[in-house]
Design a protein around this ligand. Structure first.
Ligand code: HEM
Length: 562
């Protein structure tokens, strides 16, 4: 039988299989193997049984397999670029419409969130950022898509999990199950739980201040903030167990987290790839190292039982004696969430705050004055009672979160495959579409914020009515203008989403804000920081990378006690 006859069977088969299975997202190697191997095997068996030629069944199978896979690939590409695709009406780069492989390669560079911002500048508010993915920066979509009646999480976390059953609470796509798993997190991060965590911050903060006093010359402030954040997170989540501030990072825990997040980001982009890589020993070593390390912390904590009311006290239902603890597997899967969400994000924001203060001396002086006025010299360390009277502190933190959001792209949502399309006016989001509302692009969009790329804490005071626009200190790009020539002041709070929005947003916001305020106040009270001479401040923005949570360069500073 000729090749032409083999093709006449495999090509229609490939097109039919593509049309049936394009509606499903199945991350199973054995399922994929059946899908790719069984049809060509059937063709080869059929052709060989009919043929009197001398070519072997294995040669026929190879021909059938190659033509079948090539026909599937062609069918996928043609369909994705065709006007028949449900997202055909949305603009976007062709390479993104064709496959997620290009976006996954881009993700390795850490420039994903910046690329989304650029894409929106070129293509507008709604961009097709993947074959079945939209990115939207029209802020009026934030409430409907993320709010109480919003969409479930997208499939991105599934790819970075050892199996689809080992997804942390943050990646659960089934809304009722997600909200059920979320309840103990809400209890463990509510204001009454925070009262128990506050003394832990104080203790670690005093140690941080002591350790910084012992340093001389140039230090990496970012590294010390990572040590602090990790030690505090260990106390808060697992009842202790980490001493980075005392001993340094001997077990390379921060490298384990940072390398693991790079892999996680690639697999977020190509969730099906995870199903393969987790089966190949050594191929996702950094990601496995991160997951195994964090799962071990959670398991050990669970076995120890609670000594204090830490986060796992709530996650294991120890606060609800009538309720049995959840399975150990769930507690272990959430370990990564406690560690990454609980330490990486807050330490990043504190580093951004100091970077911004040190590159904007006027703002640094203003914050120092506010802190010095609020806290009298003899006052006990690390009190929080003045936080409410410190608008500039709040403004500086917000501005750091705006310019350098710790989850730069935000998180993914998806219209379920079996749901109806989501319709807003003329915009239709078909079933199976993943959606991003990219945080960095929203935060740096001129339609949402005046001079969006400038560090200008005063904007928050103007927006809250505490300062008049025309009388406020201005950012460099407005400084030469007369008051009468100033552009309208734009400040769209809805577009400020560092902690996301709705019932699946960040439950750690209150804790993060408390921790960040306490640390910034204490450090500014105790030390004068100066950037190391010769360090190029542009490095920070250049090296601020999106690996789901953000990676950042070190912050080399000289410190002197005040
Ligand atoms: C500056 C600090 C922080 C920022 C900017 C931040 C931001 C975020 C964002 C954007 C999400 C995604 C929410 C979504 O999918 O809609 C998230 C989720 C989450 N964060 Fe935070 N976070 C911070 C600190 C913390 C802290 C200290 C904790 C405490 C452990 C925490 C715990 C969590 C948890 C458990 C989730 C998953 C929520 C869910 O899926 O229901 N975060 N965070």
């Amino acid at each position: 039988m000729s090749l032409r006859e083999v093709f006449s069977l495999t090509i229609p088969l490939a097109i039919a299989v593509h049309q049936v299975f394009r509606r499903y997202e199945i991350y199973s190697v054995s399922f994929h193997a059946c899908l790719f191997l069984v049809p060509p095997a059937l063709v080869a068996a059929h052709v060989s049984s009919q043929s009197h030629s001398s070519s072997s069944i294995s040669a026929t199978f190879v021909n059938a397999l190659v033509s079948y896979v090539a026909a599937i690939a062609a069918s996928v590409i043609v369909y994705r670029l065709s006007p028949l695709h449900p997202l055909a009406r949305y603009p976007g780069p062709v390479w993104r419409k064709v496959s997620m492989i290009g976006p996954a390669i881009l993700a390795t560079s850490g420039n994903r969130a910046w690329a989304f911002a650029n894409m929106h500048r070129k293509y507008g508010d709604i961009v097709r950022s993947g074959p079945n993915e939209l990115s939207i920066i029209d802020p009026s979509f934030i409430g409907p898509l993320l709010g109480a009646s919003g969409l479930p999480k997208g499939p991105y976390h599934v790819g970075a999990s050892v199996t689809p059953e080992h997804v942390s609470m943050a990646g659960l796509q089934d809304i009722p199950y997600h909200l059920q798993r979320r309840r103990p997190w809400n209890r463990g991060l509510n204001p009454s739980a925070l009262k128990d965590y506050q003394p832990l911050i104080v203790e670690r903060l005093q140690l941080l201040v002591r350790r910084l006093h012992e340093q001389s010359g140039i230090i990496d402030l970012g590294l010390w903030l990572k040590y602090f954040a990790y030690d505090f997170m260990s106390d808060m989540a697992f009842g202790g167990g980490s001493e980075l501030l005392k001993d340094g990072d001997k077990n390379n825990i921060w490298s384990i987290i940072e390398e693991g997040m790079v892999f996680a980001t690639i697999l977020h982009t190509l969730p099906w790839l995870g199903a393969y890589l987790f089966k190949i020993p050594g191929s996702v070593k950094p990601l496995l190292a991160m997951q195994q390390t964090t799962a071990r912390l959670a398991e050990e904590r669970f076995k120890r039982g609670s000594k204090t009311r830490d986060l796992y006290y709530y996650l294991s239902n120890e606060d609800l004696p009538d309720k049995p603890p959840p399975p150990l597997r769930e507690l272990a899967d959430d370990g990564v969430l406690a560690v990454v969400a609980g330490s990486d994000t807050a330490s990043l924001t504190m580093t951004s705050v100091f970077y911004l203060l040190l590159t904007h001396p006027e703002a640094y002086t203003k914050l120092q004055e506010e802190i010095d006025t609020s806290y009298s010299p003899g006052e006990p360390d690390a009190g929080t009672k003045h936080h409410r009277e410190m608008p500039y502190l709040h403004a500086v933190i917000n501005e750091a979160l705006r310019l350098f959001p710790p989850v730069p792209l935000g998180t993914q949502r998806q219209v379920p495959h079996d749901a109806s399309p989501v319709v807003f006016g003329s915009v239709v989001i078909p079933p199976g579409t993943s959606v991003y509302l990219p945080t960095l692009a929203l935060h740096r969009g001129p339609r949402n914020f005046t001079c969006p790329n400038d560090f200008w804490p005063e904007r928050w005071l103007i927006a809250s009515g505490q300062l008049r626009y025309k009388e406020a200190r201005r950012p460099p790009s407005l400084s030469s203008l007369k008051a009468a020539d100033l552009p309208d002041f734009v400040h769209n709070d809805v577009a400020f989403t560092p902690f996301s929005v709705g019932p699946m947003n960040c439950p750690g916001k209150g804790l993060a804000m408390l921790e960040m305020r306490m640390v910034i106040v204490e450090l500014v009270k105790h030390f004068v920081f100066k950037l190391r001479d010769g360090w190029d401040p542009a490095t920070y923005e250049k090296e601020f990378k999106d690996y789901f949570t953000a990676a950042r360069p070190g912050l080399p500073v000289i410190i002197e006690p005040r």
